[in-house]
Design a protein around this ligand. Sequence first.
Ligand SMILES: [Zn+2]
Length: 690
Amino acid sequence: MTAWHPDAEGRLFDRILYGGDYNPEQWPPEVRQRDRELFPQAGINSVSINIFAWASLQPDAESYDFSDLDAIFDSLEADGYQIVLATSTASMPAWLARLYPEVNRVDYEGRRHRHGGRHNFCPTSPAYRHFAGRLVSRIAARYGSRRGLVCWHVNNEYGGRCYCELCEAAFQNWLAARYGTVERLNEAWNLKFWGHNIRSWEDIVVPNLLGDGMADGRTTFAGLSLDYDRFQNEQLLSLYTMERDLIRAHDPLNPITTNFMGLYKPLDYFRWAEEMDLVSLDNYPGRDTPPWANALLHELTRSLKRGQPYMLMEQTPSQQNWQRWNSLKRPGQMRQMSYQALANGADTVQFFQLRRSRGGCEKFHGAVIAHAGHAETRVFGEVAALGRELARLSTSGLPGTRVLTAVGMLMSWEIYWGLEYTSGPSVDLRYHEQLDHYYHGLHRLGVNVDLVHPDFDLAKYRVLIAPVLYMLSAAQARRLSDWVRAGGTLVTTYMSGIADLNDNVWLGGYPGPLRELAGIWAEEIDALLPGHRNAMRPTAAAAEWLGAERYSCGLLCDRIHAETAEILATYESDFYAGEPCFTVNRYGEGLCFYLASMPEDALLARLYRQILEAANVAIIPDLPDGIEVSLRQRGTERYRFVINTLCEARTLDRSLRPAGAASLLDPGEGGSDTELEPFAVRIYRWEEEE
Ligand SMILES: [Zn+2]
């Protein structure tokens, strides 16, 4: 039920929204007045309000008081701000938790929580649904047709799990609807293992630490835990759609969203994006997160809605508070990170938060307005400077353009869950790290990469990377094989095609339904101890193509047999020395590469460059470390972003500015196109000939 879509130019809003979370309910009138004077100086044009105000809006079960929110809304609207209105349902009032204890979650250890924290509601609780729904209806009726409103922000950062008795009963019903009979369920979860097969739906117990969950987060039955993840994901999503539908009844015009958190494990964001008008990202990399790894999260966020622009809903202007060491963003770094989002498809730049709170655990979280309370700070100055630039970019044609790419990386949250529930072969096999590893080499070549669910239409891609494609249905395997047969180039790896979507192993040799496509079968999977390495030695036939005498590899070593595949490299050591570890299979018009072990970056760099060139994908080889390139487009318009993500100057050996291209960020001087100062950003705009 989506009544909203981007405008004819593809834009989410009529300008780049610039602002963020504002919590005036925490402040007296004189501070709010001061904010009204400061916001325009910072170039802020948008504020997000009412994010954690339920306890203020509803003093008890029967009464509501909107007088303060009315006053806040009125003054922001009068000042001309684009208001993003939240629904306040992410943090329950104390009376609700006291009167209806079942609204509080039961955790993985089986403990019923009391009032405290946030994101603390049981998604199944009828009382939570009742009171949240009533509140949202009233908010939507009251503000849904206001002139200043441009977007709805439902709840906030949905997440977590509940293991209470209400969830357990609802889970039993959900399973009965999914499987029909307990026999089918016993089969799907392979419950005769350890004699866990059941006789009735009531035998099913939620998989926390009191049941089949393990202390390290793994589980006795991945099928059970996977279904519980699917169920909890749907329960939380049903809260979102409840609020969305209540809002829609009063506001047919404005987009509705909630904020995502990158590769946040508990929620299947592909599934969520289907129900949302637009998606938005809260972007909080740690000081030790490489910028390129953060780019992956932006590319993911864009991909969730199939390339539609997204909102950068939250980032800190300076520092966070919940990491162990909360470094300041260096001068220029906030600007650079904002442009990294725009480069990958974001059309807003918003902060958490506009004013730093006095108390509570986020009092040291950065804000546009510091505790000092005035405009004479480094951070405020940087925010104001960026605000001036974004105001110009708002009319440049950039908003609404899209990142279009022929390169994708297959991933799903079900694989994320299934892979990390599995006991063996190695605790070091972490899904996010694997995605990072295989993304990095593509990113270094200046290509954008979509993150692609196996059920997505694959036709627009020419190259797909499929690291640890652990779980796969027969239908997904068939679609992938058909795509290669029609001319696609696929790179897949160890731990692919292992299990079906219930985590039962495909019999007949790994990689199960991909065996014919890959032209190999894997007999055993060796796990290397920390620090241990093997190496890939190119065969004589592949020596020139692979360019080096050996490439280090590790983590896992499949012992594979080439059937129809050509062997490109063999293991250097151990009892399987000389056996194949890297192969390619010609399949119809396409190619399927199989990596039996995790190679060092240098091999991937070589492989990616060759297959992208062969597939006629434009690459920018030999980019200096830390330089990112991204391309947005609409029709014949092109916008190339060149970003120095590092706090040190970089020299490009050639200009990435096409002949005749305008430089959008420094139109007067032009700036150097090859000497990039620390955290420098260039945006080049040109028209491509048809
Ligand atoms: Zn519950």
